[in-house]
Ligand binder design. Sequence first.
Ligand code: SF4
Length: 195
Amino acid sequence: METQFITPSEVLEYMFCPRFVYFMSVLKIDQHEHRRHLVNKGRDIHLLKLVQNKDYLRAKIGAKDKLLDLYLSSEKYHLVGKVDEALFLEDGSAAPLDYKYAYWENRIYSTHKVQQTLYAILIEENFNLPVNKAFLVYVRSKNHLEEIAISAAMKENALDIIADVFQIVNEGSFPDAKTSTRKCEDCSYRNICVS
Ligand code: SF4
């Protein structure tokens, strides 16, 4: 049976290495939660609740309303995902806000940008509001707040990645590795991968 929906986590696995998705979702070889652990590193529900109670972050952003812990799906893009927060801003737009249990390292990783773009697409479709920015809170750096501008090109790129993931999982096509030796060393499939 064809896969109907994919999640932002699967997109992040693809960004780690397209072939990783093949082993995980086509051959269904257990990867011992290795990458998921990295994707969701340090996710702590208790801590999330404590931070979510701090309204000053939303006030700083100019949010007039919020919805927390949302499961959203898009029939159009065959995407499902859980968003920490959807913020409704004073200018009539909306934005995802995501908590990272990490230190702010003076850069926003491309995986995080794509993840937030996917959340933006989900919020845009579900609430029929424009979404052109997203927010990240780095919990281990005193809730350092970063804003990401979400452009039309970023949305197109994220949708292209979704199409690539579907091609792998539904057509079973064996993808090129497109990754670095360093990543292979950190990969739970390194012993079976022909790379
Ligand atoms: S071993 Fe390397 S090429 Fe193979 S799936 Fe893992 S990261 Fe990709």
